[in-house]
Design a protein around this ligand. Structure first.
Ligand code: FE2
Length: 284
């Protein structure tokens, strides 16, 4: 059965109630394969020796500059556990990358075609934003055995607007399971306040600003958290205030996913937000 375009009334009601929505079968297998193949090709073509993050001098600063400049580029980030003490890779490059970010939707032709395609636009049009804009995208590998955990967070911490407008569209390009580090969500947790905001602090420095001191719920692999074990092709929508996290991947299977974050351009986007999109993406 073919899904109707966009979000149904039931979809919107579930998303409003829970702060997330799981849509199995949203992408067909060829689309998942096309995106995964493209990500592998990008990693193959990436020469890590050209990247300043390997500088032994002032590594924190150069890493930050590489990260802060990724808002309008296609850049590659390694897993923390990718390197041996001497600095060489523990396993092959393709199995060492944590993610590619943060402008695939804008700078890479394959991801741009997918992100701007009618299927995605129909979902975005149903989010209720007055001037939706794809601001950021990531390809997440969660590679076998070294795929790192992602601490509990709210996406609005990293994609901050006033008022809050960010929504995440997360696509499972491989099965996500408890073993390979699936997402965990807190149903209804989006009704709580934004706790923190990640901002630039001059030069290549960043800082975390407390917005509300209410603690995020403790991370436990069980209630009240819900594991989003989803098959390949599933779309998960995430409200910008929804607390969520994922565990490390110690399994022999990767957990590839692509995500797009959409904001409302009618909202204020502060100057000190870490992500500075380029003029080209403003034309979207
Ligand atoms: Fe997130």
């Amino acid at each position: 059965m073919t899904r109707a375009p966009g979000l149904s009334a039931d979809d919107r009601a579930t998303f409003a109630r829970d702060g997330y929505l799981v849509v199995p079968g949203f992408l067909d297998a060829p689309t998942c394969t096309t995106l995964a193949d493209r990500a592998r090709a990008l990693v193959d073509a990436f020469d890590p020796t050209t990247v300043s993050i390997f500088s032994t001098r002032d590594q924190a600063s150069t890493s930050d500059a590489y990260f802060l400049g990724s808002g309008d580029d296609v850049r590659f980030f390694f897993e923390e556990e990718a390197f041996l003490p001497g600095g060489s890779l523990r396993q092959e490059k393709a199995l060492s990358i944590n993610k590619i970010g943060h402008a695939l939707h804008d700078r890479d032709p394959v991801f741009a075609a997918f992100s701007r395609g009618a299927v995605i636009q129909a979902v975005i049009a149903d989010l209720g934003l007055s001037r939706p804009r794809q601001l950021q995208s990531m390809y997440i590998f969660k590679n076998p055995r070294i795929g790192g955990d992602v601490a509990c967070h709210q996406d609005a911490t990293f994609l901050y607007t006033e008022p809050m407008s960010v929504t995440g569209l997360w696509f499972a390009l491989e099965d996500a399971t408890l073993d390979n580090g699936c997402l965990w969500a807190l149903p209804g947790g989006h009704t709580g306040p934004l706790r923190k905001r990640f901002a630039r602090a001059g030069g290549d420095a960043t800082r975390m600003i407390e917005v509300d001191s209410t603690p995020l719920p403790a991370v436990v692999p069980g209630a009240p958290w819900v594991p989003l074990e989803v098959p390949r092709g599933t779309m998960v929508l995430l409200h910008g205030h929804l607390p969520h996290w994922s565990g490390a991947n110690r399994s022999p299977r990767s957990r590839h996913a692509y995500s797009i974050h959409v904001i409302d351009e009618a909202c204020r986007y502060p100057e000190d937000n870490w992500l500075r999109p380029g003029a080209a993406s403003a034309a979207e």
